[in-house]
Design a protein around this ligand. Structure first.
Ligand SMILES: [Zn+2]
Length: 367
């Protein structure tokens, strides 16, 4: 009996609230706000449309697992998602201008928290913070949004703690996990989250964004876009920080010079490079893309398809003067060296072997 009374009171309250809301809407001459798919971010349109549809149909899930390669824009996406759910605009949400949208963008909104794995894993204090945040009702928004960044680095302990929340999430909670890869995540976590796998953006989309939104010079934008592998976050980082492109130019200069040098000079390079083992995977990935470009040109692929477009002059010489089989062997040798390093083979020996496998060719500088 007690239960029935309470329930009927609640129903009465609910209908009163709905009635009041409709009345207020009419008074202000506006209809209920719609969620818009204009999130003011570059790319990932399908994922934005998916979320917008769920929001407009009132079918939002409590947890999403946003995955995709590093620097592709997962956190940017998650932040825009957080703006959409708590936006105060009476028109199209997210508006980007209201208090909730602005404070969320700055990371200062009371109902928005971003927790990030530090030094390889989520710490116990961070798990406690996470549990505390999720137990609180929103202060001013519709949802309490928690972004858990780099969740692939969370410890099993952290995943277990999260699992408890995912089993019975409070209705006001929206959890956004981001992860470069999802293989290390517990299957029970993956099954309780809606997956959103962000894919690399087309090169052209990145190039246009760099030019039109970030005032980049077109040729520089084209190079960065081509090198980005479709990762907007990476492209923006490189646009702001010259050192990445400078280091790249240095490593490519060294490779091109070594092609025309003696065995002894090549071994000197191997010795010097082996002293910075941490950088070697990046260096070898770069050289790998260089030999892939040379192979593409040897097969008469359009020059527009190559990654290292600023090295076209040298690459075309290689394509003309080096046998295709030798170019292919150079590519395989770089890949093999990468594998050796992963297997902890002595870096100096691995690089010495690589130097012997590169073709001999004196490149003529670009006019
Ligand atoms: Zn807003």
């Amino acid at each position: 009996m007690q239960h029935q009374i309470t329930r009927s009171c609640l129903e009465k309250d609910d209908s009163a609230i709905l009635h009041k809301r409709a009345f207020m809407g009419k008074m202000c001459g506006m209809s209920e706000a719609q969620y818009s798919d204009n999130w003011r971010i570059i790319g990932h349109e399908w994922a934005i449309r998916h979320i917008t549809r769920s929001l407009n149909a009132d079918r939002l899930r409590h947890a999403y697992l946003i995955s995709g390669v590093a620097r592709i824009g997962k956190t940017t996406f998650a932040r825009a998602f957080a703006q959409a759910v708590n936006c105060q605009s009476a028109a199209a949400r997210p508006c980007g201008a209201c208090r909730a949208c602005q404070l969320t963008a700055q990371g200062n909104y009371a109902d928005f928290t971003l927790i990030e794995a530090q030094g390889g894993s989520l710490k116990i204090e961070q798990i406690r913070e996470m549990t505390r945040v999720l137990s609180l009702r929103p202060v001013e928004g519709r949802y309490r949004v928690l972004i858990l960044r780099r969740f692939q680095e969370a410890s099993t302990q952290a995943m277990d703690a999260l699992l408890k929340t995912l089993e019975e999430p409070p209705p006001y909670v929206l959890l956004l996990l981001t992860a470069d890869t999802t293989e290390s995540l517990l299957a029970t976590i993956k099954s309780r989250c809606q997956p959103l796998n962000l894919r690399p953006l087309p090169t052209q989309v990145i190039r246009e964004a760099l030019v039109n939104r970030h005032n980049s010079e077109p040729e520089r934008a084209a190079l960065i876009a081509q090198l980005s592998g479709g990762r907007m976050g990476w492209a923006l980082e490189v646009l702001r920080d010259d050192s990445v492109l400078e280091q790249r130019a240095e490593w490519l200069d060294l490779l091109e010079r070594a092609l025309g040098e003696s065995r002894a000079a090549r071994f000197d390079h191997a010795r010097a490079l082996s002293e910075d083992r941490v950088s070697l995977p990046t260096l070898l990935a770069l050289w790998q893309s260089y030999w892939r470009d040379a192979l593409l040109l040897a097969h008469h692929t359009a020059a527009a398809a190559i990654t290292n477009r600023d090295r076209r002059h040298a690459l075309e010489q290689i394509a003309r003067s080096v046998k295709t089989e030798e170019t292919y062997q150079a590519l395989l040798a770089v890949r093999r060296t990468l594998r050796y390093l992963q297997a902890n083979v002595n870096a100096r020996l691995a690089l010495d072997a690589l130097m012997l496998d590169l073709p001999h060719l004196r490149l003529i500088a670009a006019p």
